[in-house]
Design a protein around this ligand. Structure first.
Ligand SMILES: Cc1ncc(COP(=O)(O)O)c(C=O)c1O
Length: 397
């Protein structure tokens, strides 16, 4: 735990069974603080602002905490909040804004921090996908009132399960200490099960066995479902120990991911039918995956099929904008929110692997496959003048 606090330069850290569990607990604690006069007194604060495109688990955490989701559209060129949309949003019932830093590319955390604190709203810096990333020298996850890390499958440090909440706030830490103390502690049987799962997962990460998860749907790897059915518990100690040990290699994992991303970005930026995502100036992304946007939805699906045939674990990531997830709709505060950005990304996104088992020949195959599938496609004009006009094919099918 000291390792963790020192690593991220935070006062308080709390370990949970999963990131989702942490987020749900955190939002409950923030709500109590808001109610007790930490911020705007006397207003009902039962909404949490989320981007129209992000991991469904974030929305599930909000719903499980008994709150509603207020959607704000994203800018596909950054995957971050569309600033104009954020300024137009009715925040009168907002408890918190969550920055989700997808694929390890930090959002504009300094601007979001200023925006939230000027309005008496909490900012949650969700770095589940961005452990190791930085903005202006400050670690992703440590901006705002509280941050979140995850040790789930596919994360920069993965021990199959586990979540960490961090905060500088004494009052919030006190509330969280109380809440975590009430939670179930896993017994020996649950611990053993967790360790076996972690070992099995480590085996499946090898590219030569990528086909196995696809043939065994029960494993649930790479699948995206919206569900609030998850326990909120203390972590399995053996998995926490594994995660903390692996965290000592975080910088090495990060350098590998950054180098793999840089090698592919160098060539992809010259492919007319592909748009790359622009990192925030002054940020150091981790590139947990490398996100790129295809020119249209048909090309995206063709690319995914061709890349996976070539043995590259490419993924379309979350299949829908949060605006279009049926089970979430009853919990949306603004179901008709503008969501073109989120929908565009849901239909055109391809994420490429960057992990340490990816070889130079895997990268070559990925790039050759992309060049072959997109050959002959010319860029069409940008959909929106708010985005950079250069090389921005329309993807809004
Ligand atoms: C941005 C984001 N936040 C929160 C979570 C939830 O973390 P966990 O899977 O550990 O519950 C995830 C999971 O992938 C995520 O991507």
């Amino acid at each position: 735990m000291d390792d963790l606090r020192e690593r991220f330069g935070v006062e308080h850290a709390f370990l949970l069974s999963t990131g989702r569990a942490g987020m749900t607990l955190l939002l409950g604690a923030l709500r109590r603080l808001a109610g007790s006069g930490e911020s705007r007194v006397g207003t009902v604060r039962d909404e949490v602002v989320l981007p129209t495109y992000t991991c469904y688990s974030v929305a599930a955490s909000v719903v499980k905490a008994g709150l509603r989701v207020r959607l704000v559209d994203i800018d596909p060129s950054t995957l971050d909040y569309d600033v104009d949309r954020l300024h137009d949003t009715d925040l009168s019932r907002t408890l918190a804004i969550v920055a989700t830093n997808l694929y390890g590319l930090p959002g504009d955390l300094p601007a979001l921090s200023r925006f939230a604190s000027a309005r008496g709203i909490f900012l949650v810096d969700d770095a589940a996908q961005a452990m190791g990333a930085r903005v202006g020298g400050r670690a992703s996850g440590t901006w705002g009132d509280a941050g979140l890390f995850s040790f789930d499958k596919g994360k920069n440090v993965s021990a199959i399960d586990g979540g960490v909440l961090v905060t500088h706030s004494e009052r919030l830490a006190e509330a969280l200490r109380h809440d975590v103390g009430q939670l179930h502690r896993p017994g020996t049987g649950e611990s053993l099960g967790g360790v076996l799962k972690a070992l099995g997962y480590a085996t499946l990460l090898r590219p030569s066995v990528y086909w196995i998860p696809n043939r065994i749907p029960q494993l649930g790897l790479g699948r995206t479902v919206f569900t609030t059915e998850y326990p909120i518990e203390q972590p399995i100690p053996a998995l926490t120990a594994l995660a903390i040990t692996m965290m000592r290699r975080l910088d090495a994992f990060t350098r590998t991911r950054q180098a793999n991303a840089a090698a592919m970005l160098g060539e992809l930026s010259a492919v007319p039918a592909i748009r790359t995502v622009r990192p925030l100036a002054g940020s150091t992304p981790v590139y947990l995956r490398l996100p790129v946007l295809a020119a249209n939805a048909v090309m995206r699906d063709t690319l995914l099929a061709a890349l996976n045939d070539a043995g590259i674990g490419a993924s379309g990531s979350y299949p829908r904008s949060l605006a279009d997830v049926p089970d979430l709709r009853p919990s949306l505060a603004n179901p008709d929110a503008p969501s073109e950005g989120g929908r565009e990304v849901a239909s055109c996104l391809v994420t490429l692997p960057t992990h340490g088992l990816l070889t130079a020949s895997d990268r070559r195959r990925a790039l050759d496959t992309i060049a072959r599938v997109t050959a002959g496609t010319t860029a069409s004009p940008s959909r929106s003048t708010a985005r950079p006009p250069t090389k921005s094919p329309v993807c809004a099918e």
